[in-house]
Write a protein that binds this ligand. Structure first.
Ligand SMILES: *Cc1c(COP(=O)(O)O)cnc(C)c1O
Length: 407
């Protein structure tokens, strides 16, 4: 295995790289070449822009959350409304971008991993629209927990493959997707869902999500005439966080905060606080922070939100941590649940449980600031998908059983 060096392409500081079986190297090289050629192709980006406008509904609004700001009694809080995108989250930005790339490369089928099913739904949606074959790998345990999304993917024409290895969750789904890809490289494109994996995936995903911050920057300047003091985003693999942070990395006055899943608390073994408690290692093709035990084995993670339930993060996020450019904090399940309810009541917006972690940090931060200060929160997704789980956790009876819904 080669050692990481800052000068190698595909590295962010000491993180990143391409730690894959030799068999996969040619297909990653093909991808790298295709991506570098479309990067200079104005027609490609014009086409992408047209789909993002007419199909996804971009630009997503930057909304002043008057009720939430008043309730917290400090900074003015703006929400970047990725929840209003078609399919209800930021993931569609990347799915559309990569499927256009796959089509340019002449691929006939896309495959993807999914945890909660959100990336699977975004991929199946894009595949349906572009009339491409679609196979989604999903852990058997996740399939049980997220039946509605499995049903959605199947309605959209995708095949959902149940992965029975290991913990039967997202990490095992990634392994299964990579294995399948090795055997079917010629006609298949692997549409990865976050800024993770071997080079060039982290860079590609970050580029396709950068539109979030690009829009947020001109929107906040247009609305307030200045840049915000803080930008807050939740971190699973890191794609929505990088998406909004990238346009502000050069603005020293803008403080960037990433919020990880604290689960049942950092003192327990039930959390997904990779950056806070993990160590650098190689996982899923790149060197990055990974949650591991003393023997270096990846440890099972827990979060109330399936989208943050991943024992690693993308390499660029790891580099931003070590560079000190982004501060990473933790919100527990309980704090996320509180913030979830607060946004519902103060703004009439049901956020995704992932997003509620970012909002939990805002409930701590905003009251310490003045009403002159501005915070932008990346509202990465809507929470309709989480309502059953929240009701169950809070002990509220909705008069629906998850199974009864399909009966
Ligand atoms: C998947 C997901 C996330 C976490 O993924 P990132 O790559 O870290 O953005 C966050 N919010 C929502 C709504 C998601 O669906």
């Amino acid at each position: 295995m080669k050692t990481a060096s800052e000068n190698q392409p595909g590295y962010f500081g000491e993180f990143g790289g391409q730690y894959v079986p030799d068999l996969l190297k040619p297909v990653l090289q093909e991808l790298e070449q295709a991506y570098s050629s479309i990067s200079k192709d104005a027609a490609f980006f014009q086409e992408l822009r047209a789909y993002l406008t007419d199909y996804v509904g971009r630009p997503s609004p930057l909304y002043f959350a008057r009720g939430l700001s008043a309730k917290l009694g400090g900074a003015k809080i703006y929400l970047k409304r990725e929840d209003l995108n078609h399919t209800g989250a930021h993931k569609i930005n990347n799915a559309i971008g990569q499927i256009l790339l796959a089509r340019k490369m002449g691929k006939k089928r896309v495959i993807a991993e999914t945890g909660a099913g959100q990336h699977g739904v975004a991929t199946a949606t894009a595949a349906a629209m572009f009339n491409m074959g679609c196979t989604i790998f999903m852990g058997a345990a996740d399939i049980q927990r997220q039946m509605l999304n499995v049903f959605r993917m199947r309605m959209l024409g995708a095949e959902v493959v149940s992965v029975d290895q290991g913990t039967r969750t997202l990490t095992d789904a990634v392994d299964a997707a990579l294995n399948f890809w090795v055997k079917n490289m010629v006609d298949t494109y692997y549409l990865i869902g976050s800024a993770v994996g071997p080079h060039p995936f982290p860079a590609i995903v970050c580029d396709f999500q950068a539109i979030i911050g690009h829009e947020a920057r001109y929107q906040i300047l247009e609305k307030t005439g200045r840049l915000p003091e803080y930008i807050v985003a939740c971190v699973g693999g890191g794609s929505n966080a990088l998406g909004i942070f990238t346009s502000f990395l050069g603005d020293a006055t803008v403080q960037l905060i990433g919020v990880e899943a604290g689960g049942a608390g950092l003192e327990t073994d039930r959390h997904a606080a990779t950056l806070t408690l993990g160590k650098p290692a190689v996982l899923h093709g790149s060197r990055t922070y990974v949650l591991q035990d003393e023997q270096g084995e990846v440890i099972p993670v827990h979060s109330i939100s399936a989208g943050l339930d991943y024992p690693s993060v993308g390499p660029e996020i790891s580099a931003l941590k070590d560079a000190g450019r982004v501060k990473f904090v933790v919100a527990t399940d309980a704090e996320a649940l509180e913030a979830f309810q607060l946004l519902c009541k103060t703004e009439g917006i049901i956020p995704a449980l992932e997003t509620a972690h970012a909002l939990a940090e805002v409930t701590k931060l905003a009251p310490q600031l003045s009403t002159q200060d501005l915070i932008i929160v990346n509202l990465s997704g809507r929470g309709d998908k989480d309502v059953d789980q929240v009701a169950e956790t809070l002990g509220v009876k909705l008069g629906l059983s998850p199974a009864g819904r399909f009966a």
